[in-house]
Design a protein around this ligand. Structure first.
Ligand code: PAF
Length: 280
């Protein structure tokens, strides 16, 4: 597996690559990313190629967010990509991606107003802009994203729909620790006490999902179950949001239906953990 850091080399590779399945990342890769690369490998088949990008995108970090502290672990990331079946890793410096006098950016004006977007203004515009650019550079046939960042995936589905970008998106289920905690590069910021309480996020969503299956479909009831469970099992956590939304539009729902998503964000100290669950 070779690692490329210039647009010229990427374009040269792309011309000969045939079908390409793409996994965009910001590095600090863990087993969750390995699962995305393995899924890309499966989708690409024997003749297709798997490309991974590693780029910490400054446009999606707000002032005071962790851009400078964001972990950079390129050597370990390259080893993980090779092991999981990637053919090429594109890991460009910022100057290779953004012109210093750039003046065009994508704006998403509906789905990014809620959930994580409500407290991170501009974040999803930065995500849309870099993903559109990466799609133009890599020109993949398919791209794989994790469902842990469910809002991101829903917004990127809009991006390719609204801008007619010919890339098929695939969402992959969240990879978890044995106790249910969703893998995240931000888990490393948790103290041992916080780490012990963090599985309560998924457990609280499962509890609401079971209640939903038993016929309790009102948002108020389901979200109370989530809040009560977190208050009891994760007292070090502070809920940012707990919401029942339509999984495509992200609009709040009063009653759960077959398109529902329970979405949750909880602060533990400075670390903000997110999780979600599709209801059936
Ligand atoms: O999910 C991520 O790691 C990033 O938001 C993405 C999609 C690579 C864009 O920078």
């Amino acid at each position: 597996m070779t690692h490329i850091d210039t647009v010229a080399d990427l374009r040269a590779w792309r011309r000969t690559a045939g079908r390409v399945v793409f996994v965009p990342t910001m590095g600090a890769l863990h087993e969750g990313h390995a699962a995305l690369v393995r899924e890309a490998r499966r989708l690409a088949g024997a003749d297709g190629r798997v490309a991974v990008s590693i780029f910490v995108n400054p446009l999606q970090f707000g002032p005071g967010e962790d851009l400078d502290r964001y972990p950079r672990t390129l050597d370990a990331d390259l080893a993980l990509c090779a092991e999981a079946g990637a053919d090429r890793v594109f890991a460009p410096p910022v100057e290779e991606v953004y012109f210093s006098d750039r003046s065009i950016q994508i704006t998403e004006s509906r789905l990014s107003r809620v959930l994580c977007g409500a407290s991170r203004p501009g974040h999803f515009d930065g995500v849309c802009t870099v993903v559109a650019k990466l799609f133009n550079l890599v020109q993949p046939d398919d791209a794989v994203f994790g469902k842990k960042d469910y809002q991101q995936l829903a917004i990127l589905r809009r991006l390719v729909r609204d801008l007619d970008i010919p890339v098929q998106l695939h969402g992959l289920d969240t990879v978890r620790e044995p106790d249910g905690l969703a893998l995240s590069s931000r888990n490393r910021y948790l103290s041992p006490e916080e780490r012990a309480q963090a599985p309560a996020l998924q457990a609280s969503l499962q509890l609401a999902s079971e209640a939903c299956r038993r016929g309790f479909r009102e948002a108020g009831t389901l979200l109370s179950l989530v809040r009560e469970h977190l208050a009891a099992r994760a007292p070090l956590g502070r809920i940012d949001y707990a919401a029942l939304v339509d999984r495509h539009t992200l609009e709040a729902q009063a009653q759960a239906n077959a398109d529902s998503l329970l979405a949750l964000a909880v602060f533990f100290g400075g670390a903000r953990l997110i999780d979600n669950l599709e209801l059936d």
